[in-house]
Design a protein around this ligand. Sequence first.
Ligand code: MG
Length: 368
Amino acid sequence: MKRRTFLSTTAVASAAAAAPASEAAPEAGMKVATTTRRLNLKHTWTTVMSSSDYRDTFFVEVAKDGLTGAGEGAPIIRYKESAQTCQDAVKAITPWLEQQDPRAFQKVMAGVFRRMEGNWAAKAAVDIALLDWAGQKLGVPVWRLFGLDRTDAPVTTFSIGIDKAEVIRQKVKEAEAFPVLKIKVGLDNDEEVIAAVRSVTRKPLRVDANEGFKSKEQAVEKINWLEKQGVEFIEQPLPASNLEDMNWIRKRVHIPVIADEACLHPADIPRLAPHFDGVNVKIDKCGGLLEGRRMIELARALNLKVMLGCMVSSSVAITAAAQLSPLVDYADLDGFLLISNDPYQGVKVEQGRLVLPDRPGLGLLPRK
Ligand code: MG
C-alpha cells in the first residue's frame, strides 16, 4: 500500500470507525494451490514406530499481488493424516479461503481451524504459506514479523536413525559438522547403538525413546545408564498416555525428560507441565507457526524447557519451523538434511548452528 493511501485509510478509520468488512473487501482474495511431493530419504529411516525410504509431504501455495507464499506439512499416519486427506481438507475450504485477505493471516488461520477437522499438517502448510506471503508483502523475514533476532537461533542436532553398528558409525562420521547428535533408542539393541556411536565420537548426545521403554523401572535404569554415556536429555521414555509414572521416573534420574508424543497442541502443555521438564513443539502436529508460538509461550510461562522438533520434510517446513528457533532451548531441525531431492533452499546449518535467511518471508530459493 502506498504511504498516502495508508495515511488516508487510517484517518478514515480513526475518524469514523469505518466498517471493518468494507475495509478489507477491495483487496481481499488470493489463489490457493495444493500438491504432494515425494521426498526421497538418503538412508532408510527406522524408529520404534516405522521404517521407510521416502515420505510424501503436502504443499500449499497462496498467491496474490504477484507474490507466492509456500507452505508444507508432513502428514502423520498416527493422527489419521495422509497427503491425500490433507489435499481433500484444503480443497474443501478453498472456495472460502480464496475469499480471505492473507494480510490478516491470524484471522484467516482462526477461520481455517474452525472449518477443518484434524489434518494438522494441512493447517500447518496453510499457516506457513500465509506467513511466507505476508513477510514478502511487508518486505521482512518471518522471524522479524515475530520480533525475533536470527542470531539467537540455536544449534540443531543431527539425527542418527536406528541401524546396524557399522552403518551407525558411518552415519556419525557423515554428521561430523554437527556438535550434538540425536540418537533414537527404545529398541532391544540400545547398548549396541550407543556403543557404536561412542566408538567414533565423544560429542554430547540427546536421545529419543519414542515411547519405547517397557516399564518405569526399565526407563530409570536406561536413563541413568544413558546419562553416564554423555546424554543431555531424553524424549518420551514411556507411552504418551502414561503421565502417572513420569514423576516416579523424574525423582530417580538427573537429566531432563521431554514430552514429545504426549505434546501435540497448546492445551496439552498445562496438563503435561507437572510431569515433564520440557516439551517438544512440532509445527506439523500443532497446525502452524502461530499455534507453535502459542505453545512455546505457554511452556515458558510454566517454566518448561522448549525443544523445536520436525518431521522429515523439505526446506519449506524446516525453514518455517526455524523462524521460531530463536525462542527455544533445543532445536532438532534436521528433517531437510535427511532427503536427497529438496526442491528448495532456505535455512542453512553452519557448524551445527541454524542460519536463517535475511530475505523476506521464509526466504526460500529454488534449489538449482
Ligand atoms: Mg521425538
